[in-house]
Design a protein. Structure first.
Length: 334
């Protein structure tokens, strides 16, 4: 309903509790696949992720698709409003505004969704998986480095235990026919697009380290330094950790917990840079919620408006075109 809401911030308590919740969820899925028919479970999950995937992919490609629309494209505004009650007790349940461009993006995403639903093709799976990952990184936020370390540390133990200690993680990953993982065809050169031998990377192994990297990104601004050193370091660390995971997997011919290699890299590399710069204390005491980054406009007041977006735009244009004198404002008014 409010498109300008800030991302949800993960607290230290959430980070410490996350591996426990994830373990319960994973074990629950494992028991479901053991008790109930795998076919019916995957049918239900396919329909569920079909809807979510279309919405996530449409939201992801919308900024890119806007560049391809011509300037004279007839872009009409729409509003989907669903209320409960009447009069003063009327309550909004759904209030969604969209335009013709959004409908085009939704139609393109629906084509991918139908392709995935009918064929379960690995390309369609990866498109949905990437959309889920980007939306997850966009909607979640780590407000400090310490929270990121707690989250990665807990998931490090979680990943190692469920992969090496039991067969639960591998069983669920192979049985779960949903775009919760990216798949990489190992026989692509032999079978082309019809490849059927895949290596898998869970979306959690993408989103969680990326949240840690983005948590480091704004830190230099708190020291009045316009540099991206920590972000680039975390980015290189992720590539290194993922490459090491793939290398070890091919050497030992066994599934590997990616966080076993990603966590030390994503924590260790930025920490070494902070040690070299003498900024370890500042890095761990930094709170991103207290900083306003450059070139990042934020709304602190959400005005109540009425009327269609087109009429509002016309009224704004008329006001801007009318000459007016600047008047001195009192400090209280400002």
């Amino acid at each position: 309903q409010n498109s300008s809401e800030m991302p949800e911030t993960i607290t230290s308590r959430d980070a410490a509790r996350f591996p426990i919740v994830a373990s319960c969820t994973l074990l629950g899925l494992y028991l479901f696949f053991k008790i109930f028919s795998q076919e019916y479970i995957n049918l239900l999950l396919s329909m569920y992720f079909f809807v979510l995937g279309i919405l996530a992919l449409s939201h992801t490609i919308s900024p890119m698709m806007n560049r391809f629309f011509p300037a004279n494209f007839p872009n009409k505004q729409y509003q989907l409003l669903f209320t409960q009650g009447s009069g003063e007790s009327k309550e909004e349940i759904v209030n969604y505004e969209f335009d013709t461009k959004d409908l085009v993006c939704l139609a393109l995403s629906s084509v991918v969704g139908v392709w995935y639903l009918l064929r379960k093709h690995w390309i369609a799976n990866n498109l949905f998986g990437l959309a889920f990952s980007l939306n997850g990184v966009e909607l979640l936020h780590l407000n400090n480095v310490s929270t990121g370390c707690i989250l990665l540390g807990g998931l490090f133990i979680y990943d190692v235990f469920w992969v090496f200690g039991t067969n639960v993680m591998v069983t669920v990953a192979k049985s779960f026919e949903a775009p919760i993982k990216l798949v990489f065809p190992q026989d692509l050169l032999e079978k082309g697009l019809e490849a059927d031998n895949f290596a898998m990377l869970g979306l959690g192994d993408i989103v969680i380290p990326d949240l840690r990297s983005l948590g480091c990104a704004p830190f230099p601004y708190s020291l009045k330094k316009n540099t991206h050193t920590y972000f680039y370091t975390s980015f290189v660390a992720y590539i290194f950790g993922l490459g090491l995971t793939i290398f070890i997997m091919h050497i030992f011919k066994h599934a590997q917990p990616a966080l076993l290699y990603l966590v030390p890299a994503c924590i260790g590399f930025p920490l070494l840079v902070a040690l070299a710069k003498g900024e370890v204390t500042e890095m761990f005491s930094y709170e991103s919620s207290a900083e306003i980054l450059p070139h990042t406009p934020r709304l602190t007041h959400f005005p109540t408006v009425s009327g269609s977006p087109a009429s509002l735009a016309d009224s704004m244009q008329q006001k801007l075109s009318c000459p007016r004198r600047r008047r001195q404002q009192s400090p209280s008014a400002m």
